[in-house]
Design a binder for this molecule. Structure first.
Ligand code: HEC
Length: 290
């Protein structure tokens, strides 16, 4: 019996050693010697629309988490400036730099939280994996700095995330991260509540006509983008918002108020940016955009 235990122990340690060795060697084994590993900044050349929407929906936490994006203009902001305005060029650079930071931070959090313990990033050409998770992963797709260390994962408690980008909305990811059971009943994924913080929001209640017509509670209200640290800050922002409304929206302005709320912090935004990026880059598209 002792002998068997010994064999099992050494076989187990051997498997660990082999996997460490292989993941260490893999980056060298997959290179053709001509194509350099893509840097994170190169991966961020193609800024996804989901990332742009994160800034629109969560401007305060976005600005804190990705200061490089201070000059990045959202689509509604771009619509208000001329086509030859130099701010457009600066904005594109700012977007790419902010995106690069978000991808790196998101990847680091994915490692730190051991998301890889339950999720693989490797679609194999076996079984019905292609039907479930999308095209088989190629080695060329791993030839980039975000795959160092290679995030193949260890087990598959949850689905493979190779092609996760664009599959769900930002809102879905944020709701899922806060409470996986809210989007996926019976999920065994932990709730990552520590990526959410409390603060104050500007909200607007529905009008009594809308409540009646749509059959929703009369005290239903919806938040405006932005989660302020203090009530005073939110109130200042509310006054500014009200004064920017045209006079025929007076009745709307009356339904606006400040209330306590909670929302994703910068880390949650980075994780979502990373998840929405997965599978959207391929060496071919990078070549084509040069
Ligand atoms: C204990 C295992 C476990 C851990 C740890 C875990 N997940 Fe999950 N995850 C699951 C399971 C199971 C599902 C499928 C059910 C669901 O949607 O919640 C899932 C689903 C998902 C999905 C939805 C995939 C899709 O499109 O259907 C995403 C995205 C995701 N997880 C991201 C993460 C991230 C990011 C982390 C780390 C912060 C993480 N998971 C940690 C088990 C886990």
């Amino acid at each position: 019996m002792d002998r068997l235990n010994n064999i099992l122990l050494w076989a187990g340690l051997g498997c660990f050693a082999l996997s460490f060795l292989l993941s260490g060697l893999y980056p060298y084994l997959i290179t053709d010697g001509k194509t350099p590993e893509a840097s994170i900044r190169e991966l961020a050349e193609d800024v996804s629309s989901d990332f742009r929407l994160l800034k629109e929906a969560y401007p305060i936490d976005f600005a804190r988490a990705f200061p490089e994006g201070v000059n990045a203009l959202t689509d509604p902001e771009l619509a208000t400036i001329a086509a030859d305005d130099p701010r457009r060029g600066q904005s594109e650079d700012a977007w790419k730099n902010a995106y690069a930071r978000a991808l790196r931070d998101g990847r680091d959090l994915y490692i730190a939280e051991a998301c890889w313990h339950c999720h693989s990033q490797y679609v194999r050409p076996v079984g019905n994996e292609v039907e479930r998770f999308g095209p088989v992963r190629t080695t060329a797709e791993d030839n980039n700095a975000l795959q160092r260390p290679v995030l193949w994962g260890t087990r598959r408690v949850g689905p493979d995330l190779t092609h996760e980008g664009g599959k769900r909305s930002n809102d879905w990811h944020i709701a899922h991260l806060r409470n996986p059971r809210s989007t996926s009943p019976d999920s065994v994924m932990p709730a990552y509540t520590w990526y959410f913080r409390r603060g104050f929001q500007i909200r607007r209640g529905v009008s009594s006509e809308t409540a009646e017509r749509e059959g929703i509670p009369a005290d239903q209200s919806y938040p405006y983008p932005g989660l302020y640290d203090t009530k005073a800050e939110a109130e200042v922002a509310l006054e500014k918002l009200k004064s920017s409304l045209s006079s025929n929206l007076e009745e709307e302005a009356e339904r606006m108020f400040v209330a306590e709320g909670s929302g994703p912090d910068g880390d949650a935004l980075a994780l979502v940016a990373y998840l929405q990026w997965l599978g959207t880059w391929s060496p071919k598209t990078a070549e084509a955009s040069k």
